[in-house]
Design a protein around this ligand. Structure first.
Ligand code: VG1
Ligand code: CO
Length: 543
């Protein structure tokens, strides 16, 4: 019944910021998916007969890989697979299902915000028993295994019907096709004041949610329209499509432009606008006439979280990734709780959440979440915002202004230079690193460098160290520029330049961001020589 297939290793099966992410045609090579999944099964912690959760964001190639993963799980000693109907599970829902049903882990098939389709991207991520992305020691072990693999196992069984809820047997292993939305929606009802939000909606609070033809559509329709009573049509692009309708399911001001334009139109804008990404773990928040940067959203959610029932007892700590603005740190200080600064990627929050040291976490890339799961969670952020709007009766714009008046404002932008030649991008980073010691004390325009380093993180729970997590240049007065190479791109290198300027309370709190960042942008160019190295005189994406 169990079949053994000989294979040889592929190079480059090294999980990045968020799993293994490549072009679909790379994944379509014979043995490619099997080598990776077998390597996962070979190294991860699990008992005989363990449960595995499998689901994805519905993109092209999702179903093929799910069927194969089920046959391989049966051959590798799993006792049960839980799979979302249609192969659908958002990343946060998968995290919850792993935790709720005591699974040993899960395979999440997604390339998140990257485009989908036969010529676009695919990805496989392994999450561990706490529901979170595998930490580096596990991804390193998986990678090492991919370099030595010589066979993979499956059972000889036909594809299962992914549309039919219920239980079937595959090679003696139980496969349960579950409703991908139900468990997640129930968890949200426990955390947030649904009656208050429902009342606000009934009293006239309006919203628009762009699911970007990706996985959150079914979740958002069920929760926002069916359970909370927002009018039908509140969720746009609600049906998950294999190619996301040809768009990038990346909820930023470039790819969610339609939503942005709607929210800036005083005649048509609803009170609240939001969008989510391919796999449902990111969020974009825009109030009527007011865009909220993800870094600000983290700070504002943390400052008001106690208004939601799930956080009424307060927060234990706030964690943010290093490139995320320091706005949340000021909230932590005011609340008298610790603030943590971690490398980019949700896996670095796992230990803090498990240890009860942090309750809310966030990243500048529009990821926010809490200890309710071990992933960032797009709809969670939307619902917490709605809970705060319902509890205060204030607009997004008013909440933002009040927040800045109290804490000051961290003007923020990220400039991405995409598909840069990898050699050139590496040369830029190497030169920058070599210049770090000479930067402190130097002035760039009106800005004087206070400190500069290559960010390294020592996990306070297990003392593991992660080095080379981005170059930080701190200026006097709390402004900053950070340089980092992306770990999720699939073409060449992506250089990310994160720009931040702090304006204290009482200062200029309602100025256009580009004007406030102009000096820092000029300093970043002078410090890193972006044009000289890459030939680019402007970023491809500004968020
Ligand atoms: C990007 C973001 C990072 C995020 C990661 C995964 O990584 O910057 O904050 O955690 O994507 O998000 P990078 O290495 O390209 O900068 V997702 O929505 O893929 O799960
Ligand atoms: Co994502």
């Amino acid at each position: 019944m169990i079949r053994k297939h000989a294979t040889t290793p592929f190079e480059g099966q090294k999980p990045g910021t968020s799993g293994l992410r490549k072009k679909v045609r790379v994944f379509q090579q014979e043995n490619y998916v099997e080598n990776f999944i077998q390597s996962v099964f070979d190294v991860v912690e699990r008992q005989a007969g363990a449960t595995l959760v499998v689901g994805g964001d519905g993109r092209f190639h999702n179903r093929v890989v799910i069927q194969q993963a089920i046959r391989m799980a049966a051959a590798n000693g799993y006792g049960r697979v839980l799979v979302g109907r249609g192969g659908i599970l958002s990343t946060p829902a998968a995290s919850h299902v792993i935790r709720k049903y005591g699974a040993s882990g899960g395979l999440i098939l997604s390339a998140s915000h990257n485009p989908g389709g036969p010529e676009e991207d695919f990805g496989i991520k392994y999450n561990i028993a706490n529901g979170g992305p595998a930490p580096e020691k596990v991804t390193d072990a998986i990678h090492a295994r991919t370099l030595a693999i010589d066979h993979w196992l499956d059972v000889d069984a036909p594809d299962i019907d992914l549309e039919a809820l219920g239980t079937v047997s595959v090679g003696g292993m139980t496969v349960e096709v579950i409703d991908p939305v139900a468990d997640y929606a129930e968890l949200m009802e426990q955390l947030f004041d649904f009656p208050a939000i429902r009342k606000a909606a009934a009293d006239g609070l309006t919203m628009a949610f762009d699911a970007m033809s990706a996985v959150t559509g079914p979740y958002a329709v069920e929760i926002l329209e069916h359970r909370l009573g927002f009018r039908q049509g509140t969720v746009r692009n609600a049906i998950p499509l294999e190619d996301f309708g040809g768009h990038h399911p990346d909820p930023n001001l470039v790819h969610a432009r339609d939503l942005y334009d709607l929210m800036m139109d005083p005649a048509k804008a609803p009170d609240f606008g939001a969008a989510s990404d391919g796999d449902g773990d990111r969020n974009l928040i825009i109030g009527k006439g007011r865009f909220i940067t993800p870094s600000d959203s983290l700070a504002m959610l943390a400052a008001n979280a106690h208004l939601a029932p799930g956080y009424a007892d307060g927060l234990k700590g706030i964690a943010r990734s290093m490139p995320t603005s320091a706005a949340a740190d000021r909230v932590a200080e005011a609340l008298g709780i610790p603030a943590y600064e971690t490398p980019t990627g949700w896996k670095f929050f796992g230990n803090l959440l498990d240890a009860g040291m942090a309750t809310i976490c966030g990243e500048e890339s529009a990821g926010t979440g809490s200890d309710h799961v071990r992933e960032k969670d797009g709809l969670w952020a939307v619902l917490l915002w709605l809970n705060i709007l319902a509890a205060t009766g204030k607009s997004v714009d008013t909440l933002a202004r009040e927040h800045w008046a109290r804490f000051g404002r961290n003007y923020y932008a990220r400039h991405d230079y995409e598909a840069v030649d990898s050699g050139k991008a590496n040369a830029l980073m190497a030169e920058l690193e070599a210049s770090l010691a000479s930067l402190p004390g130097r002035a760039f325009g009106g800005l004087t460098v206070e400190a500069a380093d290559s960010f390294a993180y020592c996990d306070p729970v297990d003392a593991s160290v992660s080095e080379n997590q981005g170059i930080r240049v701190m200026f006097e007065g709390g402004s900053r520029v950070v340089f980092r190479l992306s770990g999720t791109g699939t073409e060449g290198a992506t250089l990310r330049v994160y720009l931040e300027r702090y304006e204290p309370a009482g200062g200029n709190l309602d100025a256009p961001t580009p004007a406030m960042l102009a000096d820092i942008i000029a300093a970043a160019e002078e410090i890193a020589g972006i044009k000289r190295h890459t030939g680019r005189s402007a970023p491809d994406v500004v968020t």
